[in-house]
Design a protein around this ligand. Structure first.
Ligand SMILES: [Zn+2]
Length: 264
């Protein structure tokens, strides 16, 4: 299913599946007035995505990172010969799609790996800026003229206690602060849509994450186990943590902090 949501100077394509709606999730792509599409929607909505491509004038596509709710239809874009701008690491990851766990397969379905030739795209005046942390290949799309930020999965919310198994909270904090320093006036989050006062929101998330790391570090130093910290600091495992078999969980956040302390 797709909802078309107009904003000033751009259109939001908000994709969802029956299962993702039940879980309260959607994933959006954004089409600027100049025909630049940021992200490609979810694999399960491929037919709707292709209909939208048919009915739109697309100059080129920018991809924030390799996860299937952002890069889900890159092969469909490439097959049409539409130029695409994506980081080399993202390109590598979407050519060899890793098997995904059941919760992601059920929510978004697996994506078709990129196999068609890629036509490079210069998105100027928009820029693809590295903002790692959520994943190593994560980028944001930035329009310096309108000070509009397409934040991919950089933001998601202020109080995020949950982490992917390969997420790096310290790198995430650095990215949040670096992107906030651009002083965006509006931000489009792939999962929350329009976020007002984005610079303050990004800084609030950086500060909140820093404080959470400090609290977890203090517990680890005092000898607490992951299970104890999960209970006392995190309020137990999240529903997503259980559903994802731990791949996207609060326990991963604690593990990341413990690993950093052990290796620093
Ligand atoms: Zn993601």
């Amino acid at each position: 299913m797709v909802d078309i949501i107009p904003h000033h100077g751009l259109t939001q394509w908000r994709f969802s599946s029956l299962t993702s709606r039940l879980a309260g999730y959607s994933a959006s792509a954004f089409l600027t007035a100049d025909g630049i599409l940021v992200d490609t929607g979810i694999p399960v909505a491929q037919a709707e995505f292709e209909r939208l491509l048919d009915g739109s004038r697309i100059a080129g596509v920018m991809v924030t990172h390799h996860h299937e709710d952002h890069a889900g239809n890159v092969e469909q874009v490439a097959r049409r010969g539409i130029p695409m701008c994506l980081a080399p690491e993202t390109q590598r990851l979407v050519r060899t799609v890793e098997p995904i766990r059941a919760y992601r397969r059920v929510t978004w379905t697996s994506m078709t790996p990129l196999s068609s030739a890629l036509v490079p795209f210069d998105p100027a005046p928009l820029e693809l800026i590295a903002a790692p942390g959520h994943s190593a290949d994560h980028h944001v799309a930035w329009d310096p003229h309108t000070r509009t930020l397409f934040s991919g999965d950089l933001f998601l919310g202020v109080q995020v206690r949950i982490a992917h198994h390969d997420e790096d909270p310290w790198t995430l904090i650095e990215s949040l602060e670096a992107v906030a320093a651009l002083e965006p006036t509006r931000m489009f989050c792939a999962h929350r849509g329009l976020v007002l006062e984005p610079a303050a929101a990004l800084r609030a998330k950086a500060a909140w994450t820093r404080a959470l790391i400090a609290t977890i570090s203090a517990h680890i130093t005092r000898g607490a186990t992951d299970a104890q910290i999960l209970r006392t600091v995190m309020g137990g495992e999240s529903l997503t943590g259980w559903a994802s078999g731990g791949e996207y969980s609060r326990r991963n956040f604690i593990r990341a902090v413990r690993f950093r302390i052990a290796t620093s």
